[in-house]
Ligand binder design. Structure first.
Ligand SMILES: Cc1cc2nc3c(=O)[nH]c(=O)nc-3n(C[C@H](O)[C@H](O)[C@H](O)COP(=O)(O)O)c2cc1C
Length: 237
């Protein structure tokens, strides 16, 4: 699989096979993560790899509880029956044999407050790049991942930090399971989003999740050559 295929073919995986992931595979995807660029090459990342079932199971359970209460109900405003239906998709999530917790570990303190704020933004951006690298590398190795960020809605992820013994000055930026997808064909083809669907999306009065885009916006909707072309696609949820 070439790099482009690894990037465009990846999908978030929710159902996992319990088969463990070899240490060499875990290290390979982490090598891809730390190859990401970072401001002044400060590499403001750290990763906690969780593989012991007595930790992975409660961690998965916790992410699902957050998904239910904080993401589906509070953040997206879903009705109970919708929440139930979407949670069904996470049926084999708890079988995930490994979780990678992506942390923001500032490696340097800057004197000026405004520089600290800029550095934090830049650091978060490069953690995104590192996580993206990790996910694409995992996909290239036949492994599934899914970016989880909902835990920040639960007191900034304080409980996760306590569980994993993460120091106070370190923040959790993302969590992803890492494991072999349970389904033989885990990758749903991406549904191209048409202009008409976009228009309906903007008018819709359905609950929040139903309004969320089902596929990826096509390149011509999000790429502007030479100058910004047309208005903004911004919508209010
Ligand atoms: C910053 C961020 C936070 C996310 N948080 C969650 C989450 O809490 N729960 C979840 O199931 N998916 C989460 N996702 C995954 C997205 O829902 C998913 O990437 C998106 O629907 C696109 O699907 P794809 O990954 O298959 O392309 C998150 C993704 C990002 C980038």
């Amino acid at each position: 699989m070439d790099c482009l295929e690894a990037l465009t073919g990846r999908r978030g995986v929710l159902r996992y096979d319990p088969r463990p992931v070899a240490r060499a595979e875990i290290e390979a995807v982490l090598a891809a993560a730390i190859a990401a660029p970072s401001p002044a090459n400060l590499q403001p990342w750290a990763f906690v790899v969780v593989t012991q079932p007595e930790l992975t199971r409660p961690l998965a359970r916790y992410l699902l509880d957050v998904q239910d209460e904080k993401v589906f109900q509070a953040f997206l405003g879903l009705r109970p029956e919708e929440t139930e239906r979407y949670l069904g998709l996470y049926e084999q999530f708890e079988a995930a044999p490994c979780f990678i917790v992506v942390c923001l570990e500032p490696k340097a303190q800057f004197a000026l407050v405004e520089h600290e704020a800029v550095l934090r933004d830049w650091s978060l951006m490069c953690l995104g790049a590192a996580t993206g690298n990790l996910m694409a590398a995992a996909h290239a190795r036949g492994l599934g991942t899914r970016w989880f960020g909902g835990f920040v809605l639960d007191d900034g992820g304080r409980m996760l930090k306590e569980w994993l013994g993460i120091p106070v000055e370190v923040e959790i930026a993302a969590v992803t399971p890492l494991g072999y997808p349970a389904d033989a064909t885990p990758i749903r083809p991406r549904v191209p989003q048409t202009r008409e669907e976009l228009a309906a999306f903007r008018r819709s009065d359905q609950p929040a999740l139903a309004r969320l885009l089902k596929g990826k916006l096509p390149v011509e909707e999000v790429v502007h050559f030479e100058r910004w072309n047309g208005g903004s696609l911004h919508v209010h949820l």
